[in-house]
Design a protein around this ligand. Structure first.
Ligand code: AMP
Length: 191
């Protein structure tokens, strides 16, 4: 199973990604989490990524692509994976196509969580307090949303044209959103 979860910053991708990945027994691969881990460990990748992340900008494609390629070549991703936060640009879509083609598999579905913009800002400001993320200040949040609209939203059309898009209303309780995702993916709930 090879899945992507998309949606604007604060749409709840990470939360839903964990439930979906667990259900299918595949790793949830979050590029943001990998970058943050590298930042906190002070690796060269982390040092490189931090200045972009703190400004709410995208880390350059060549850095991000290489990182994802290495990650999906790991053993646990053999049966599949759920990508959270990648691809974010059209160039990354092409790159991912190549990576998946190389494994002889194909992408199964792209889940998009749709949410209300005001709700997102509130969620992100709350998360900033809880997690202490340095990229959750109001200016940076605005920049990240702008970039999403400019560079990432166009990917929705690409995947819709390929018949892979699964659009989910991301508003409401976490459990409710999970139920919608599973229903759309034809998953029978466990009792
Ligand atoms: P996220 O946790 O997915 O919101 O990602 C946090 C930050 O990591 C983003 O604002 C970017 O700076 C960087 N990042 C994560 N994924 C990507 C990606 N696919 N392309 C470029 N930058 C990324």
């Amino acid at each position: 199973m090879r899945l992507i979860i998309m949606g604007p910053p604060g749409a709840g991708k990470g939360t839903q990604a964990k439930f979906i990945a667990e259900h299918f027994g595949i790793p949830a691969i979050s590029t943001g989490d990998i970058f943050r881990r590298n930042v906190s460990e002070g690796t060269p990748l982390g040092v490189e990524a931090k200045r972009f992340m703190d400004a709410g900008e995208y880390v350059p494609d060549e850095v991000t692509n290489k990182m994802v390629r290495n990650r999906i070549e790991e053993d646990d991703a053999g049966p599949g994976f759920l990508l959270d936060g990648y691809p974010r640009t059209l160039a990354q879509v092409e790159e991912l196509d190549g990576m998946i083609r190389g494994t002889g598999h194909q992408l199964d579905a792209v889940v998009v969580l749709t949410v209300d913009q005001d709700e997102i800002v509130n969620r992100l400001l709350q998360r900033a307090q809880v997690e202490g993320r340095t990229d959750d200040t109001e200016d940076v949040i605005r920049r990240r949303q702008e970039l999403y609209t400019e560079q990432t939203e166009p990917l929705i059309g690409v995947y819709r044209d390929r018949g892979l898009l699964v659009e989910i209303d991301g508003m409401g309780e976490v459990d409710e959103v999970t139920r919608r995702v599973f229903k759309a993916l034809d998953v029978v709930p466990e009792s």
